[in-house]
Design a protein around this ligand. Sequence first.
Ligand SMILES: [Zn+2]
Length: 298
Amino acid sequence: MKTIHNGVNTFLWFERWHNGILLKDYWPTLFSDCADPWITIRHFHQLLNNPESLFLSIPAESLSALIDINPECSHNQDDILSWALEKSGNFSVKSFYKFLIDGGLRSPLYSNFWKIRCPSKVTLFCWLAGEEKILTLTNLFKKGFNFQNSTNTCVLCHNASENLQHLFLDCAFTNRIWAFFLQVLDSNSLPQSIPSLWSKWITNLNPQLRILLDLISRAVTWNIWIQRNTRIFQFNALPHFSIIFKVANVLLSWFSTAADRHQHSLNEASQKIKRSLNFLSARESDPACDPAHDLAQE
Ligand SMILES: [Zn+2]
């Protein structure tokens, strides 16, 4: 990256002096029309009163965006080249090595995402969901696939289009499952979106709650997807409290395999979940709460 001072030793089109971009790639039409592709920023600055003189056919009114980003040029100091991979701007072998290893890509996932103990197929699925790579009905529709019923309506609530945000967070059916577990934990922190779930949302949580809410998020996301597929492919619709039981069951089995340092907080959560399940069992046996009744409400 270049920090501009006098603009003398920086090429307008060929160096990254504005937001890390190369202007020749950002404005290819302007670049190909420029009479002097090797013009420096200083020289361009001197032409600001008559910028169209630098171009073969581009009119002055089309140059406003380029003129707007033209930096102030002071006379006193040379432009400074800095290393974009370090905050200090100084080169380091470590940052260069990391760049070579990961290609400069920074994963937004929080650091423990791949270390959490739960089935790898679930972790992989959650990663794909976070990357917005899940084939929801809306995604399939966009890709031009034909459906049996030619609809992208959510099969859980029949009330909205099935997309990532709706299926895993906004859907009334899904919401009741989230609500159960958040209520058990006295938490009201629901993720804003699936792509932010295992990055921003989870890192902003109290560290004590992080592993617990991570496991709950994975269990809810996975079981919602299974139930959605069961409804589509096997025409078998379970009520929301059956999914709560399924989520709780996988959670209790995952808790038992978690690292020792997490066992205390997970044991406490296990007890709370079990107590709430007892209450839910009693409710389920109430004829007013049978599956047909619940589905009619959803
Ligand atoms: Zn829905």
